[in-house]
Write a protein of this length. Sequence first.
Length: 118
Amino acid sequence: MTLCFQKIKKNSKQIFFPLALVALFVLLPVNILGQGVKQGVLSSAAAAAKASNSSLAFHSPAEAKAAAKAAAPPGFTSFSRFTLTNLPQGSPLHWFAFAFVYLSTFWTLFLLRRYNRA
C-alpha cells in the first residue's frame, strides 16, 4: 500500500508542479493585465447613472468608488482580477487559456502513458 501511495505522489508531482509553474508565470500575468473587470464595473456604473438620470461626475473619489461598487454586477470580486473573467470578451489573450488546457491535457496523457509502459 505504501509503495502505491508513493508512486501516486511521485506522478502527481510530475504532473502538477510544471503545470502550476506555467499557470503562475504565464496565465496569472495574462489575466491580471486584462481590464475586463474594470470595464464591467465602469459600464455597470454608467448604466446605473443613465437609469437614474444622473451623471458620472462624482464630487470625491470615495463617491465614485462607492457608486462603482454598488453598480458592479454580482459575481465581480477582487478575486476576479486573477481569473479569465478579467479579460475582455473577444480578446486574443483568451488563446493563452485555451492553449493551457490542451497543454495540460497532453502533458498529463504523456506522463500517464509513460507511467503505464514502465
